[in-house]
Design a protein around this ligand. Structure first.
Ligand code: MF3
Ligand code: CO
Ligand code: CO
Length: 283
C-alpha cells in the first residue's frame, strides 16, 4: 500500500485506505466473525432471537468493542436476526413473522427446521466489522440447505472477482449469473456498501449487474458483499415495524456477508470465520 493514497477519495466518492487501515479492519472484522462463531452453539429449536441478541451484546462488550447497530437510525439491538422468509433486518425479540402454510407464530422462539441469518456489526478502535451468516435450528429441509449453500457460494463467487481493474458490475454479474442458473433469485432492494471508519459509505454494492459496469475497483477500497437470495421471487416488502424485510411471496430467503478490502493481488476478507465454521459446519 502506498502512502500517496492516504486520504484519497475516488471520483465515485470511494475512499482509498492505507496498510494501517487494513490492520484496523482486520481486527474489527475478526471480532465480528468470532462472535458469529461463538453464537453458533446457542442456535436450537426453542431458543429465542431476543436471548441470542442479549448473548451477542455481551460478547461485543467482552471483546472491548461497541455495537454499530445499537442507536443506528433508532435501531436498539446488537444484531439483526432474519428467520425463514425474513430477508434482512429481522428485529431480535419480535415475534417471528408467520410464513406461508404455517400455524400463527406469536413469539420469537425457533421451531425445528427454521433457518436464520445473524448479522453483527462491531466498532473496534473506530473501524467497522460487518458480517452475517446462516444458521439452522434443528434439522433443515433439503431445499433450505440448498438455498443456504447457493447463497454462500454466490458470495464467494462475487469475492473471487474482487481485484484492481475489475468493476463492481463484475461482482454483481458473478453473483446474479450463478444464482439465476440455480433457478433462485437475487434481492435487488438491498445492497452491500462501502465501510471503514463509517458504517455505510459509497458505493452501493449491487448483487446483480453486467460485466464492466459501475466503478472500477482500486487497491485500498473497503466494502461489504452481502447477497440475499430467495427460493421464489426477488420482491420484498418491509413490515409495519419499519425494519423487518420479508419476501413478498413468503418464499425462503438466505444471506451471507463479508467485509473485504481490495489488495494489489485480489482482496483480503476481513471477516473469515476464525474457527472455519462454514459448510458443513455452519452451526
Ligand atoms: N449490518 C447491516 C448491514 O449489513 C445493517 C444493519 S442496520 C440495523 O449493512 F440497524 F438494522 F442494524
Ligand atoms: Co453490511
Ligand atoms: Co451486516
Amino acid at each position: 500500500m502506498n502512502d500517496t493514497h492516504h486520504g484519497h477519495v475516488t471520483r465515485d466518492g470511494i475512499r482509498i485506505h492505507t496498510a494501517e487501515d487494513f490492520a484496523g479492519m482486520r481486527k474489527a472484522g475478526q471480532v465480528a466473525a468470532q462472535i458469529l462463531d461463538d453464537i453458533a452453539p446457542h442456535v436450537a429449536p426453542g431458543q429465542t432471537t431476543g436471548e441470542l441478541d442479549r448473548l451477542i451484546e455481551g460478547m461485543v462488550h467482552a471483546h472491548g468493542a461497541r455495537s454499530a447497530t445499537i442507536g443506528y437510525r433508532g435501531y436498539k439491538h446488537a444484531s439483526c436476526i432474519s428467520t425463514n422468509h425474513v430477508v434482512c433486518h429481522g428485529i431480535p425479540g419480535s415475534a417471528i413473522p408467520t410464513g406461508r402454510n404455517e400455524k400463527k407464530r406469536t413469539d420469537d422462539a425457533f421451531q425445528d427446521g427454521d433457518i436464520l441469518n445473524i448479522d453483527v456489526t462491531v466498532i473496534v478502535d473506530g473501524w467497522y466489522g460487518d458480517t452475517s451468516r446462516m444458521y439452522i435450528a434443528g434439522t433443515p429441509k433439503p431445499f433450505a440447505m440448498r438455498l443456504i449453500q447457493v447463497t454462500h457460494d454466490a458470495l464467494m463467487k462475487g469475492i473471487e472477482v474482487v481485484r484492481p481493474g475489475n468493476t463492481f458490475g463484475d461482482i454483481g454479474y458473478a453473483i446474479q449469473s450463478y444464482v439465476e442458473a440455480q433457478r433462485m433469485s437475487v434481492v435487488r432492494d438491498f445492497c452491500g456498501h462501502g465501510l471503514g471508519r463509517v458504517f455505510h459509505a459509497p458505493p452501493n454494492v449491487l448483487h446483480y449487474g453486467r460485466p464492466g459496469r459501475e466503478a472500477v475497483l482500486e487497491e485500498g477500497m473497503f466494502f461489504t458483499i452481502e447477497p440475499m437470495v430467495n427460493l421464489g421471487r426477488a420482491e420484498t416488502k418491509v413490515l409495519a415495524d419499519d425494519w423487518t424485510a420479508i419476501t413478498r411471496d413468503k418464499s425462503l430467503s438466505a444471506q451471507f456477508e463479508h467485509s473485504v478490502g481490495v489488495t494489489s493481488e485480489g482482496c483480503e476478507i476481513f471477516t473469515l470465520s476464525p474457527g472455519n465454521r462454514y459448510y458443513p459446519t455452519w452451526s
